[in-house]
Design a protein around this ligand. Structure first.
Ligand SMILES: NC(=O)c1ccc[n+]([C@@H]2O[C@H](COP(=O)([O-])OP(=O)(O)OC[C@H]3O[C@@H](n4cnc5c(N)ncnc54)[C@H](O)[C@@H]3O)[C@@H](O)[C@H]2O)c1
Length: 370
């Protein structure tokens, strides 16, 4: 397999995990186009050697035309909504973005004869499993609409395989964290709800207080245990899944986690070590529905994809994230303020060289902001 001849579309490639995947694909010699509406993503996160197209997956006709013009070998589909709490307040947004717009993408792929897709699924499809570590064949019972929307899309992928011969890898991530060791790209969510960026923003004085939700769980130190997986290890699994599918591998589902849990206290302790700050934290009550322990069994990804996580120590995860936050205390320099539905820029840039496309899109985004 020669990656130099392959052109990969990365939806959501301006987001946290997508931007790291783009960087890895380019490092491996793939040609990459990023499609993102910049509703949550950041243009600055997109690798300068990637072509950037601002488009919203809601625009089915634009997507169909786009796929007719381009020649992609495969798609990595990261675009989606991710906030669990919001999914309980506004579930329709999750079914639209994570399910309906995903079908727009599949239909555009089908019309263009592109049948290989790597999908960002989640451990939230399992809900509160009874057996830990969690295997792919564990009982699925989602406790929020976010997890449910991902579960629905996994089932749609199964049907596209059955009916139309699609090949998919649905990768169920546990808690993605850390940042590229270069410190150039990292996690810039608004609002930030994940523990690693939150505790580091607290260390930087960007947030006023930090609360642990419950210290009376049946764990060694009483705080919840979660499986944190470094974003670059996640991304490695995407490239391996891509090679596996392009080499004729069968559609499959894989858990991606460290396989070793860390408690909330351990994360805070590591943040204290890494930052050199004492970081006083409050203890609050448990949040409803928080399980004590969620840890992945990722043996399947290791056996079938030959996946081998390298940055699995908590020091690696928190340390790389700290490098990013320290050098980018306010995240990426600019916030996405461009209309989510404006796909006109992509059409305007028809005929431009790939090298110039990204630069010109940056310029037009800046204009749109003023
Ligand atoms: N971060 C985690 O811990 C985690 C865990 C499990 C699964 N996932 C999944 O991984 C994927 C990437 O997550 P992330 O953490 O990088 O999130 P993110 O919000 O940083 O990235 C999502 C990207 O999708 C783009 N996007 C959203 N809606 C779009 C639309 N309609 N059209 C075009 N682009 C759109 C956003 O602008 C953003 O750049 C998501 O699908 C998420 O559900 C993430």
């Amino acid at each position: 397999m020669n990656s130099f001849q392959k052109h990969i579309l990365v939806t959501g490639g301006a987001g946290f995990i997508g931007s790291h995947a783009v960087r890895a694909l380019i490092d491996q010699g793939y040609s990459v186009t990023v499609l993102d509406n910049l509703s949550k993503g950041h243009l600055e996160a997109v690798h300068p050697q990637a072509r950037f197209v601002k488009m919203d997956l809601s625009q089915q006709q634009d997507l169909l035309e786009f796929f007719q013009k381009e020649k992609f070998d495969a798609v990595m589909h990261f675009a989606g909504l991710i906030e669990v709490g919001l999914s309980m307040r506004e579930p329709e947004k999750f079914f639209q973005t994570n399910v309906v717009y995903g079908v727009h993408l599949l239909e555009a792929m089908r019309a263009a004869g592109v049948k290989t897709i790597i999908f960002s699924s989640t451990a939230a499809v399992y809900g509160n499993p009874k057996i830990i570590p969690i295997k792919e064949d564990a009982e699925l019972s989602q406790t929020n609409f976010y997890g449910q929307s991902k579960f629905f899309f996994e089932n749609i992928l199964r049907k596209y395989d059955e009916f139309y011969g699609f090949k998919f890898a649905a990768l169920r991530y546990f808690n993605a964290a850390g940042a590229d060791p270069s410190g150039e790209i990292g996690q810039d969510y608004e609002p930030s709800t994940h523990i690693v960026p939150r505790v580091l923003q607290y260390a930087l004085g960007k947030i006023k207080d930090f609360k642990i939700y419950g210290d009376d769980f049946p764990t060694q130190d009483g705080t919840c245990i979660r499986d944190y997986i470094h974003v670059n290890d996640l991304v490695d699994a995407h490239l391996l899944a891509l090679e596996y599918l392009l080499a004729g591998g069968a559609s499959d589902i894989f858990n991606l986690g460290n396989g070793q849990g860390f408690s909330v206290q351990e994360v805070i302790e590591t943040a204290r070590k890494v930052t050199g700050l004492s970081l006083k934290v409050e203890i609050g009550p448990r949040r409803e529905g928080d399980p004590a322990l969620l840890v992945a069994d990722s043996a399947k990804a290791k056996n079938i994809l030959n996946w081998n996580p390298k940055l699995f120590r908590l020091e690696d995860i928190v340390g790389t994230a700290w490098k990013w936050h320290q050098t980018h205390p306010d995240g990426y320099a600019s916030r996405p303020r461009v209309s989510a539905r404006d796909t006109s820029q992509e059409r305007k840039h028809e005929g431009l060289s790939q090298k110039n496309q990204h630069q010109i899109d940056q310029a037009s985004v800046k204009r749109a902001e003023t």
